[in-house]
Design a protein around this ligand. Structure first.
Ligand code: GTP
Ligand code: NA
Ligand code: MG
Length: 455
């Protein structure tokens, strides 16, 4: 859509920060949803995507600024996990985004994954806003539901403001220690050099109008060139998952270009490139989360920025975190297949392989990286092999002897107090290896030390 003579796409905004800073809750507050309450352990374990159309943002910000002029069709927001095990997902999210929101819990200040996220943003030269979240937890805070932050702050007592200012000053100092100047956004005279802080509450909604307006007005101003729509397809696979009625699907973010039902596509797969055709192009409703089961809208074609679910045959071996390609009428398919495998080949080539070892399969590039790194370089030093034949793989599983096959689809890689715990989907044979501990009521099994499995 052409607006004000500019043909800008929606900015992609990534929400980052330490575990439990309130990233998902902030999105719930904007969407009017309760995604966070449905998460296992209240912990985000996947990348999510939600599309906010400009008209919804205008509605949400009208108290702060009536009829705000927005030069973009909307905003695509990517939610990421803050737990330390998901470094690869944070990296994937941050590499995709045009801007970011770094969420900091006002009661905790900067925490390890705040700093890690900050470093990703610095590395990618990504502009960001700081949401100083959970202001409602300041002792004596008076709720002003969904109010602009200036108005909410105007209602607070001296004591609340004293605590607010003390905590704010400490956090500004912590950012300075990381080499960054930061300031409350409405006091910030040096936009660009000094990063903006927006105090928010994801529970009562104070500051949400400010955060939204800042994102949609300021991003397009500072990155016209980057946000100008281009024809060239740019599309990244976020997640691979089975959806009832659709088989294995991939969740993708379409950054530029167009996708059509029936398009011939190529994605990177565990056993080589996957060439298939788009059977269905699905999106959640606007303001709904892509990663949450729900009803989907079917599309014949999709342009501009969107989080999309693609159903097609043969996607079960697709690897998340890689690029999706469309085969055009004049394209050299062999060349596209090679390009599609570049990402995973570069990961695999970094690993030392031996003749005998553990054969590893993972459903995402990030899990594969995390797993290979764990097996190969951490305390356990497990050899990794890529030359097991089908027959031997099966035998190995049945006999549960070294070298065995761990056909694991990591749900998460937790670094608990003692060993690393891999959450896995139970695939044939696995339960015989090592000493699995069942988690009641859940489909997957948590297996203790990997070293004890192969010893
Ligand atoms: P991960 O995705 O697991 O990294 O966490 P997150 O950053 O998405 O945090 P989440 O939304 O899961 O919130 C963590 C906890 O903090 C939940 O219990 C929320 O209810 C609570 N919480 C989040 N935001 C606020 C807030 O603004 N005020 C208060 N009082 N609690 C909040
Ligand atoms: Na959480
Ligand atoms: Mg979350």
């Amino acid at each position: 859509p052409v607006q004000n003579g500019l043909n800008l796409r929606s900015p992609i905004c990534c929400i980052m920060g330490h575990v439990d800073a309130g990233k998902t809750k902030l999105l719930d507050c904007i969407r009017g949803t309760r995604v966070q309450e449905g998460e296992a352990g209240g912990i985000t374990q996947q990348i999510g995507a939600t599309y906010f159309p400009a008209e919804n943002i205008r509605e949400r910000t009208k108290e702060l600024k009536a009829n705000a002029k927005l030069n973009v069709p909307g905003l695509l927001v990517i939610d990421t996990p803050g737990h330390k095990s998901f470094t690869n997902l944070r990296s994937r999210g941050s590499s995709l985004c045009d801007i970011a929101v770094l969420v900091v819990d006002i009661m905790h200040g900067l925490e390890p994954q705040t700093i890690e996220s900050l470093n990703f943003l610095k590395k990618g030269n990504t502009n960001f806003v700081i949401a100083l979240n959970k202001v409602d937890r300041l002792y004596g805070w008076k709720t002003c539901r969904n109010a602009p932050i200036g108005k909410a702050i105007g209602q607070q007592s001296k004591d609340v403001m004293m605590e607010f200012n003390t905590r704010l000053t400490q956090i500004i100092t912590q950012f300075k220690e990381q080499g960054l100047n930061t300031e409350l956004y409405y006091k910030n005279k040096e936009m660009g050099d000094t990063y903006n802080i927006v105090p928010t509450s994801a529970i009562s909604g104070e500051g949400i109008p400010d955060l939204l307006l800042l994102l949609v007005q300021w991003a397009p101003k500072t990155m016209i060139k980057r946000l100008t729509c281009s024809e060239k397809l740019q599309c990244t696979v976020l997640e691979v998952k089975v959806v009832e009625g659709h088989g294995t699907t991939i969740d993708v973010v379409l950054v530029n270009g167009m996708l059509h039902e029936g398009d011939r596509i190529v994605v990177c797969g565990m056993q080589g490139p996957v060439v298939t055709s788009i059977r269905a192009l699905l999106t959640p409703h606007p303001m709904r989360e892509l990663r949450v089961k729900g009803t989907y809208l079917h599309h014949k074609e999709i342009k501009v920025v969107q989080g999309i679910k693609i159903a097609a045959q043969g996607l079960q071996h697709a690897i998340a975190g890689t690029s999706l390609y469309v085969v055009g009428p004049n394209d050299d398919i062999e060349y596209i297949k090679e390009s599609a495998m570049d990402d995973v080949n570069s990961v695999i080539s970094r690993i030392d392989k031996s003749d005998e070892g553990v054969y590893v399969q993972a459903s995402t590039l990030g899990s594969l990286e995390a797993l290979l790194e764990f097996l190969n370089t951490r305390a356990v030093d497990v050899p990794v092999s890529d030359n097991l034949e089908e027959e031997r793989k099966r035998e190995a599983v049945e006999e549960a002897v070294f070298p065995c096959v761990l056909k694991i689809i990591p749900k998460y890689v937790f670094n608990t107090k003692d060993p690393i715990v891999l959450g896995v989907d139970v695939v044939e044979g696995i339960a015989k290896i090592g000493t699995p501990i069942c988690v009641p009521g859940q489909k997957f099994v948590e297996i203790g030390r990997i070293s004890s499995i192969i010893n």
